[in-house]
Design a protein around this ligand. Structure first.
Ligand SMILES: NC(=O)c1ccc[n+]([C@@H]2O[C@H](COP(=O)([O-])OP(=O)(O)OC[C@H]3O[C@@H](n4cnc5c(N)ncnc54)[C@H](OP(=O)(O)O)[C@@H]3O)[C@@H](O)[C@H]2O)c1
Length: 277
């Protein structure tokens, strides 16, 4: 894979092109904070934004999109249906609400945020309907492990195009990545920087010094060289720019091996098998 810019894309199994790199906006406050960070990202060349109904910042994300001046069709907007809407059988209403808050006519990717037991298959049927109606360009899941994907695929008419999961050097998810690759499901990393906790890791810092880059840049480059879509979050313009400045260096096979060796199946977030929210 020869990546040249943060606008480079992966092609999902339905032919839709999704940028390898985007901005995450979890815990970014509705209002000035979300508006400024999304605008700064688009100005820096980002084309993908990852939000969710849960984040309660879809209105500001939508406003930033409008004020950015970049044509809608050049952007790739992801949002997600929250667990309570799965439990209440209000997935369709939740989608309409998200779309309205974003001020958009379609979203590029709609995700099932978590695999809510006894509900996710029903949720998936609604997403399939939205996809068939052309209201979303792609549909996918988030936080699904192999067992849950197999269970979903047993009844799905349309295979998810994406699975967004916690993924970083301490949780590199080799089996899940292999499974998804075989199924043509694009893997996307949330918490790629371990929510900021990995930036002082000695092995990563040593690689950063050697490449004259930051630790965050080394991790994000590792994502791309492993064909992992990545969406680091920052509300600081200089970090938004820094995180995307990863197209002028390359990790060697041995650098990648060193990072792969850091895996300890360490989660900072909940386990999809046992989460209780
Ligand atoms: N599907 C899901 O269940 C799920 C769950 C969690 C997250 N996500 C998505 O994935 C995105 C990314 O994950 P995340 O936000 O949890 O964590 P993350 O991107 O791994 O880390 C974000 C943290 O790192 C800091 N940071 C970012 N760039 C930095 C840099 N260059 N140097 C130093 N610190 C830096 C940020 O602080 P500042 O903002 O102060 O710069 C923030 O505290 C989310 O925003 C969200 O869109 C999805």
């Amino acid at each position: 894979m020869n990546l040249k810019s943060l606008q480079d894309t992966t092609t999902l199994h339905n032919g839709v092109k999704m940028p390898w790199f985007g901005l995450g906006v979890y815990k970014v406050q509705e209002g000035e904070e979300a508006l400024k960070s999304v605008k700064a990202a688009i100005k820096a060349g980002y084309r993908a934004i990852d939000t969710a109904a849960l984040y309660e910042n879809e209105e500001s994300v939508g406003q930033a999109i409008k004020e950015s001046g970049v044509p809608r069709e050049e952007l790739f907007i992801t949002t997600k249906v929250w667990n309570s809407d799965q439990r209440n059988d209000s997935v369709m209403e939740a989608f309409e609400t998200s779309l309205k808050k974003l001020g958009l006519e379609y979203v590029d990717l709609y995700l099932v945020h978590w695999p809510v037991k006894e509900k996710y298959k029903q949720t998936w049927k609604v997403l399939e309907q939205l996809y068939k109606e052309g209201r979303v360009r792609a549909i996918g899941v988030s936080n699904f492990n192999i067992r849950q994907l197999e269970d979903l695929l047993a009844d799905a008419e349309i295979k998810p195009m994406v699975n967004q999961v916690e993924l970083h050097p301490l949780l590199s998810q080799p089996e899940l990545r292999k499974y998804c690759k075989n199924q043509e499901i694009q893997i996307e990393a949330w918490a790629p920087l371990g929510q900021g906790r990995l930036l002082k890791h000695p092995v990563l810092t040593e690689l950063a010094v050697r490449h004259n880059k930051s630790t965050a840049q080394v991790i994000l480059r590792w994502d791309l060289q492993n064909e992992i879509v990545t969406i680091p979050k920052s509300v600081k313009e200089h970090r938004i720019i820094e995180n995307a400045d990863i197209f002028d260096f390359e990790l060697s096979a041995s650098d990648i091996e060193k990072i792969n060796a850091l895996n300890e199946n360490k989660r900072f977030g909940a386990d999809p098998e046992t989460f209780n929210f």
